[in-house]
Design a protein around this ligand. Structure first.
Ligand SMILES: Nc1ncnc2c1ncn2[C@@H]1O[C@H](COP(=O)(O)OP(=O)(O)OP(=O)(O)O)[C@@H](O)[C@H]1O
Ligand SMILES: [Mg+2]
Length: 262
């Protein structure tokens, strides 16, 4: 079976710091995988490289067999690889529906500008975007909030709204950077269920997460980073008992599946 995402020897440096150090891994289609590791391990930097927000100093990224290394974020998103951010990045004055609609425009080739310059087609595209947005708001359970400003939503709802917006771009691979950060237990449970239904739609999920009980519950494959290096990889039960992983987390989070935060 060929991998959906293949990362080879990926490296990123900031001055003297090697934030991502020759990292290689593969993500199979149809799975939930997680990247874990202590603060500053290089997880978000890895996402920045894979999604085109930063250029690596070395290594290669292949998506669906095609090399995407160094491509612009909008091209990578249009190819079907879409990410969310560690901190909420919504248009706070726009409604929930409008926020999701902005995601739809990543999908079309011409984008918003082409839509605005071609009147009839623009109207059809905007109508489609609205229908997609309403369907996705329903999918994440925010249909009742469609007309509210994003800033009026609870924090947990804002995180789900970001997932809906990312889905609007039509991803085949969805990267989520700490989607459960700041969520309470009920919201985290809702998120886990939503991720389960995203998989059922045929979308592959790769998430960065500090909430170990969530990771151990939903991820089939876990990649562990420490100081930019991949120190372990495997299913939860293997990674959980790996001496190198326990060492990296020494005095830190409980990998046994209990409540944790970092
Ligand atoms: N743009 C940048 N310029 C300089 N250093 C950076 C930059 N981005 C990240 N770093 C450094 O690279 C290292 C990895 O950072 P990164 O944000 O990828 O870690 P992380 O694993 O996502 O951490 P966290 O769990 O806290 O989100 C850290 O030492 C960080 O300070
Ligand atoms: Mg991070």
């Amino acid at each position: 079976m060929s991998a959906l995402l293949e990362v080879s020897d990926l490296t990123q440096r900031f001055g003297g710091l090697t934030a991502v150090d020759s990292v290689s891994f593969q993500i199979a289609a149809g799975s939930v995988s997680a990247i874990i590791g202590p603060n500053g391990a290089g997880k978000t930097t890895l996402f920045n490289l894979v999604s085109g927000f930063q250029q690596p100093v070395g290594g290669a990224i292949r998506f669906e067999g095609r090399e995407i290394t160094g491509q612009a974020p909008h091209r990578i998103a249009a190819a079907g690889l879409v990410r969310t951010f560690q901190l909420v990045q919504l248009f706070s004055d726009l409604s929930a529906r409008q926020n999701v609609e902005t995601g739809c425009h990543l999908r079309g080739r011409g984008g918003v500008w082409a839509a605005l310059t071609r009147h009839a087609r623009a109207r059809a595209e905007m109508q489609r975007a609205r229908e997609t947005a309403d369907e996705l708001l329903h999918f994440v359970g925010l249909q009742a909030q469609a007309d509210l400003a994003a800033s009026a939503l609870t924090y947990g709802q804002q995180r789900l709204l970001e997932v809906a917006r990312a889905l609007a771009a039509g991803p085949r691979l969805l990267l989520l950077d700490e989607p459960a950060a700041g969520l309470n237990a009920i919201e985290t449970d809702l998120l886990a269920q939503t991720i389960g239904r995203i998989i059922e739609r045929g979308i592959t999920v790769l998430l960065i997460e500090h909430d170990m009980s969530l990771v151990m519950r939903i991820a089939r494959q876990i990649i562990v980073l420490d100081f930019g290096r991949k120190i372990a990889e495997g299913p939860p039960e293997v990674v959980q008992n790996d001496p190198a992983v326990l060492d990296a987390y020494l005095g830190g989070v409980d990998l046994g599946g209990g409540a944790s935060d970092a």
